[in-house]
Design a protein around this ligand. Structure first.
Ligand SMILES: Nc1ncnc2c1ncn2[C@@H]1O[C@H](COP(=O)(O)OP(=O)(O)OP(=O)(O)O)[C@@H](O)[C@H]1O
Ligand code: SF4
Ligand SMILES: [Mg+2]
Length: 332
């Protein structure tokens, strides 16, 4: 099926007084209707910036330096805000990592949901309120009649997160970008929210871009995975392939460090070292200082491009792991 959302060579930077941080550096990916792409990586690798750039919401001092974001073939980055606004929330919606960025503190929950519905549809006030209450009920918010009149500050973090999910999903968008949608929730609530998101994918054919650093969530929900490091995608493949046969040493490190339900007593292998400094402009592979697989070319050449190293499996590495043995040369 054709990709409904395609991001191509996206580059975004933040410009401080003394230095510039290239937060996203040539990222490309696509997602098809009815599929979930997970974007994973350590804190600061650029995940939220990608999400914000996709909807034209990069805050100052950020700037989109280049690339394309194609939704149903139309480039959102080239659109005027007036053309983009009707798509936000209706066709593509975002669940923000931090509820305070997604909710207006001076409006009640009900008026925020009603406004979203009435901005994008021609329904009556009464119908909008019915849809609002139903959306809150779907998020299993106890006593939605009370929540509807509450202001965000009167709700717990977990409740705010679920209100935000209600707002993002009430109009059944075609693409949902969910940035750490469950980080403010307890384990039971997490499972409910993820099941609901998966339901939207299954029943409505929504495409989901799921940003997370929880590999358990990825294993449970994602069809495909993009692993990010230092502002770039370093590995992209099906979730099954990344878990079973990671090709990039960083992804392999993440997989080795993940807690195993089946082996709870086994010691984890943390990835040694720290992520690259934001704004680092070193030309070589940013994972070099932490890489157990580095070879001499890694020190002499610029960061390798993301290339296909196995069928439908891309990695940006001079020494991709699990490379099949080369076939022995035939004797003449
Ligand atoms: N408003 C901003 N001003 C300046 N720099 C920023 C701003 N927002 C993000 N950055 C920088 O851009 C880089 C990417 O940040 P981003 O928030 O996209 O990362 P992330 O992968 O979402 O991290 P996390 O997992 O912690 O949410 C980081 O180095 C961050 O410091
Ligand atoms: S390019 Fe070299 S340093 Fe970078 S991840 Fe691959 S092996 Fe390691
Ligand atoms: Mg983030």
């Amino acid at each position: 099926m054709a990709e409904i959302l395609r991001v191509e060579d996206l580059r975004v930077s933040y410009h401080g007084r003394d230095h510039t941080v290239r937060a996203v550096d040539g990222v490309s990916f696509g997602v098809e209707p009815g599929r979930t792409l997970a974007i994973v990586g350590e804190s600061g690798c650029g995940k939220t910036t990608i999400a914000l750039a996709t909807l034209g919401l990069v805050p100052s001092p950020g700037r989109i330096d280049g690339g394309r974001v194609l939704f149903e073939g139309r480039d959102l980055l080239g659109m005027k805000d007036g053309d983009l606004r009707p798509l936000r929330g209706r066709a593509i919606s975002m669940i923000f990592q931090d509820p305070s960025s997604g909710l207006n503190p001076v409006l009640t929950v009900g008026s925020q949901l009603d406004e979203m519905i009435r901005t994008h549809t021609a329904v009556s006030k009464r119908e909008a309120r019915r849809m609002t209450l139903e959306a809150l009920r779907r998020q299993r918010l106890a006593d939605p009649e009370r929540v509807v009149d509450a202001y965000p500050f009167q709700l717990s973090g977990g409740m705010c997160q679920r209100v935000m999910i209600a707002i993002a999903t009430v109009l059944r968008p075609k693409v949902i970008i969910a940035d750490e949608p469950t980080s403010a929730l307890d384990v039971t609530q997490q499972a409910v929210v993820l099941r609901d998101l998966d339901g939207l994918r299954e029943h409505l054919g929504a495409a989901i871009v799921l940003i997370t650093h929880d590999l358990g969530v990825v294993a449970g929900m994602a069809d495909d995975v993009a692993v990010m490091y230092g502002g770039r995608i370093v590995e992209r493949a099906s979730a099954a392939d990344v878990f079973a046969r990671p090709r990039h040493p960083y992804s392999a490190g993440l997989m080795a460090a993940r807690p195993r339900v089946d082996r709870p007593d086994e010691r984890l292998t943390p990835i040694r070292g720290a992520p690259p400094e934001p704004g680092s402009t070193a030309p070589e592979c940013a994972f070099l200082p932490r890489c157990p697989k580095a070879i001499s070319i890694c020190r002499s050449e610029p960061w390798p491009a993301l290339v296909e190293v196995a069928e439908a499996h891309h990695a940006a590495c001079f020494n991709p792991m699990f490379q099949p043995e080369a076939a022995p040369a035939r004797r003449g």
